[in-house]
Each structure stands twice: as C-alpha cells, then as structure tokens.
Design a protein around this ligand. Sequence first.
Ligand SMILES: C[S@@+](CC[C@H](N)C(=O)[O-])C[C@H]1O[C@@H](n2cnc3c(N)ncnc32)[C@H](O)[C@@H]1O
Length: 257
Amino acid sequence: MPSTVPESKLIFVLDGEPAVRPSTSAGYVPMTDPARADRIRQWHEQAYAHGKAEGRAEQTFSYLGTSLVVPTEVMPITAVSHLLGEAVLAEVRDGDRVLDMGTGCGVNAILAATTAREVVAVDINPLAVEAARRNAERNGLLDRIDVRESDVFSNVDGVFDLIVFDPPFRWFAPRDRFEVAMTDENYAAMTRFFRGARRHLTPGGRLLIFFGTSGDLDYLQQLAAEESFASEVLAQRDLEKDGWRVDYYTFRMAPTS
Ligand SMILES: C[S@@+](CC[C@H](N)C(=O)[O-])C[C@H]1O[C@@H](n2cnc3c(N)ncnc32)[C@H](O)[C@@H]1O
C-alpha cells in the first residue's frame, strides 16, 4: 500500500486488479473496475426490462408447496429463488421467531411459518406488504405471520432466532417501486441492515442471506466482516446469460462474539 493512502482506506482485489476504496464507515463507493461496473449496469437494464414485461400482469406460482400470487411492481419467484427457499425450509426450527426482511410477495415468510412459532414479514413497498398478507392468508398461515411496512428495521421490534434477507443486488438509484426490489442506492438499506442485525438477534441467532455476483458481493462480505459475522455458503448456483456468468449464493451468517 503506498504511504499516501490514508488509514481509512482498504485495499481490495477485483478481477485481479488492485483497487482502493474507502471503508464502509465512510459510505459506499462502487468497485473501481469500470468494465465490470458497466457490465453489471447492462445486466441490470436487461433484468429490469424483462421483469417489467413479465410483471405487466399478475403472476401465479406453485412453489415449494405454496401457492403465491404476485401483483405488478412486486418481485416474482425466479429461477434461483429456491436456493434461498430450500435453505429457509431446512433452517427454521420449531419455536423459532423469524424475521423476513424485504418479504416481497411473502414467499420466505410463508415457508418459515410452516415450522416457526411466529414470523414478522416486512417490506418498504406497500404493494409487497399487501401481496404478502394475501399470500399468507391464501396459504392458511396469516395467524402466524405479522406483515408490516418497514424501512429495514424502522418498524421492527424485538429479537429473532433467524433473519432472512434477499436484498436488492445493485447499488444504483431505483426509478420505480418494482426497481426497489433490484437496486438500493449506494447500498444504504443493506448497510443499515448489517449495522442493525446483531441488535435484532437472540443469542445463537443467525442470518440467511441471498446474494449474487451481479451485485457487489465484496461489499456484502465486507459489511458482514465489519459486523463480525462468520459466513458459510449453504447453496450456490451459476447462471450464464449473453456470455456473462453470474454466481448466486445463500449464506448462513452468525455473530462470532
Ligand atoms: C430481491 S427482492 C426479494 C423479495 C422476496 N424476499 C423474495 O425472495 O422473492 C428485495 C425486497 O426488498 C424490499 N426492500 C428494498 N428496500 C427495502 C428497505 N429499505 N426496507 C425493507 N424492504 C426493502 C423490496 O421492496 C423487495 O421486496
């Protein structure tokens, strides 16, 4: 590291090139490899256009034993949703209190509620909150799921044995409510989530986090490390589109101290 680099800066290696960016306490700075950032931007535009076209009408899914109706402007079930959904089914224990952060159509809250004592499901998008409530009712689990509007932890009380989060992967500014499911400007919400997660966990509590390399995975891992979460990969899959490979991961994270 050159002696002129202040202590507040950390060194990362992205695609083999060393890059310098500020620590997350000073705010998010995107990866400095412009080619990779451009590729993610292109990927995002395609995913957004595809999602908007598919979501022009309400969609219905039979998924891991549930029946889900997803209105427009709410994240649908995707080809990789099961990487998190199956982990939720395997991870939830009898008696658990579970938080589903960014619940979308309620999918992971509903899967958790098949075992958990109590589930709180929150989202910033009021259309998602409404869809999650209806899907909880449709699957006969509304008595165990408390669905609320919340900006990250702003309307969340108490502690949880398990917190599930499939955050927006990109760091750009969203243009509409649907895009809020895909992009979180400068990772403000994801950063607040990691800064606050520990305070909402029981002793022995854990996180299930879903993320992909079409976002800044290094940043997510840095946040987890800064908050002293140990991380293990529970599921992984790659998808290739237009000659570009994206890897998706489900992580289990637990506080180390
Ligand atoms: C990738 S989607 C995941 C939806 C759902 N959990 C699933 O697995 O299909 C991310 C979700 O996070 C929600 N979200 C984005 N920013 C949020 C915030 N600040 N607070 C709470 N939820 C937020 C979005 O509205 C969206 O429903």
